[in-house]
Ligand binder design. Sequence first.
Ligand code: SAM
Length: 193
Amino acid sequence: MTSWVTGGPVNSPFASPSGLLGRLAGRFMFWTNRQADVLPVLDVRPGDHVLEVGYGPGALIELLAMTGAGRICGVDPSPEMRTQAARRTGTADLRLGSASETGFPDESFDRVVSVNTVALWPGLETGLAELRRVTRRGGRLVLAWHGGTAPSFIARGLRLPEDKLARIRSGLDELFDDVERHELKTLTVFAAS
Ligand SMILES: C[S@@+](CC[C@H](N)C(=O)[O-])C[C@H]1O[C@@H](n2cnc3c(N)ncnc32)[C@H](O)[C@@H]1O
């Protein structure tokens, strides 16, 4: 797996969780990543169709199930993560897929969200175009990555440099009418609609 950020391979159990290390990585992510913080930015309305890209162990999927969303779907390339996430929710439609290939028809979702995955994508523009494609006109895409005003010690080392954040911003500006950047406690978040 290569990343658009480094142009090189990503060798991390968090990027492509599999085997024993992947199982442990999933548990670590479940307990440490603060998923609830993105919910106010995502602003799911009753009945909304929501897609999470890179659901990992399913912590956000579990929270989305409590929002009143009408349909919750997810894609992640890791079969191990699918197994872990599926244990946490009986109702979500969790599939294998990726940011560049979700497998869903055009304009399927009112809300699309991805937390701590964007720097792992092989191609930024390809991923953004795919997520724009599946987001309804008037819908919202929320992309979050480690950062924010008070990142943990580990997250500090994972923050993206400003030039990479600027590339995400300009990629979103090309595809959406309105793009906002938010600095949450442990996440830098782009909301595009
Ligand atoms: C660091 S984990 C984050 C998981 C979860 N969103 C969280 O915040 O706890 C990264 C996740 O992104 C998934 N992933 C890796 N490459 C991806 C891609 N190209 N598109 C979508 N998800 C990807 C991995 O399988 C893994 O589940």
